[in-house]
Design a protein around this ligand. Structure first.
Ligand SMILES: [Fe+2]
Length: 394
């Protein structure tokens, strides 16, 4: 094959001074985070290698809105069943609270299942530990009530019809469930870095509707003591005002979310938030079900459709192109790949192992586990455990 000069790497490099590269400075700007941290040093993440600082200036050392000197005189959202109020709160503050979104019984089943699952996953050695505490991933496989919540079925989440309608009008019909996982906050762990759930879309910021709306299921009371989610009310407006690649100035202080068991929080993908610090001895769980616009995934569902022979013989680069290299925000399997950077041949994000097990009819998923699951169940050859081992050994 004759090499066409203009198509060669050398030629392209010779003709690519940095100033000519389209959108490079836009894409590399790291906004809005660069300006957020520069202009609000109190939002700097903790040092994950040191004990957590108790200095008042840090964003995690805060309290609930009604006790906060800055926020207590403002009319922040309070739980409501009224969709008209929910719309107003969501638009103005970036979040709204649905009162009794889950009934007492629904809530009880939800939290009991979650706590049992968390114990079972620990015993099975498939527990996911994050800097904030234990997570339980892929709830869809782990209880009927979780599947019901994804479907917004009123027999599992009594406000299901309201949520469904609200998501239709904010994301457009056809939205899909991004993920549904439970975030634990445990004593001695760290707060999450405050972030936008819509981060992968940065630096593009749309002025109108968000591209992601999170529904946070709160199955137990949360407050400043047990790590109520940290939020900066109204921060979505600062982000929207700055616009695509815009700079953020000074932000108001963060508060801990205060809500009773059964509340469902709806929040805009552009609201700054993160897991709080739990000062109690009991793990605190909330479950985040984020929802995205229907196009926010690869159009081709490669993981299902690609021929096994092609997968077997594919180069690491081809596998990467087919989306078989998970990143934190996409393509994870049972939580595997969360934390990966999505690089070619990155073992901790390679989902090829799962697909091959699937093709062989040997994929064993982690399903419902409890603190009394028999050894034969706990010791099953879970594909997740195998994949974790494989990733560690590389
Ligand atoms: Fe988040």
């Amino acid at each position: 094959m004759t090499q066409i000069e203009q198509f060669s790497q050398e030629y392209i490099e010779k003709n690519t001074p940095e100033k000519d590269m389209l959108f490079k400075s836009f894409l590399d700007s790291q906004e809005p985070y660069t300006s957020i941290f520069k202009n609000n040093p109190w939002l700097a993440p903790p040092n994950f290698k040191k004990p957590l600082s108790k200095n008042k200036v840090h964003y995690w050392n805060t309290t609930v809105g009604r006790k906060h000197p800055y926020w207590k005189t403002k009319k922040l959202p309070t739980p409501t069943k009224e969709i008209k109020q929910i719309r107003k709160d969501f638009k103005k503050w970036g979040y709204a609270l649905i009162e009794d979104g889950m009934s007492k019984d629904q809530c009880h089943l939800f939290i009991e299942r979650l706590l049992e699952q968390a114990q079972g996953e620990k015993l099975a050695g498939v527990n996911s530990i994050t800097p904030s505490g234990q997570y339980v991933h892929t709830l869809i496989n782990k209880g009927e009530m979780f599947r019901g919540c994804i479907e917004q079925d009123p027999s599992h989440v009594q406000a299901g019809v309201l949520i469904e309608n609200f998501l239709n009008e904010t994301l457009g019909t056809g939205w899909i469930c991004h993920s549904f996982l439970a975030n634990g906050a445990e004593k001695g762990y760290y707060p999450q870095v405050l972030h936008l759930d819509q981060s992968p879309l940065s630096p593009w910021i749309t002025e109108e509707a968000p591209a992601l709306v999170n529904t946070l299921y709160i199955p137990q009371d949360v407050n400043e003591e047990n790590g109520g989610t940290l939020i900066i009310p109204g921060s979505h407006k600062n982000i929207i005002k700055a616009g695509s690649n815009g700079k953020i100035g000074k932000l108001p202080p963060a508060i801990n979310l205060e809500a009773r068991a059964g509340t469902v929080m709806l929040f805009d993908g552009r609201l700054l938030h993160g897991t709080g610090v739990n000062h109690t001895n009991k793990i605190r769980f909330v479950a985040a079900m984020s929802n995205v616009k229907s196009w926010m995934r690869s159009q081709e569902n490669w993981v299902i459709s690609v021929n096994p022979e092609i997968i077997k013989n594919a180069s690491p680069k081809l596998l990467h192109r087919m989306g078989m290299q998970a990143v934190t925000y996409g393509g994870t399997i049972e939580g595997f790949g969360m934390g990966a950077a999505g690089k070619v041949d990155e073992s901790r994000g390679s989902i090829k192992y799962f697909r091959e097990a699937f093709d062989e009819g040997e994929y064993i998923r982690v399903g419902e586990l409890t603190s009394t699951s028999p050894k034969s169940v706990l010791k099953k050859n879970y594909t997740l455990r195998q994949a974790m081992k494989k990733a560690k050994s590389k």
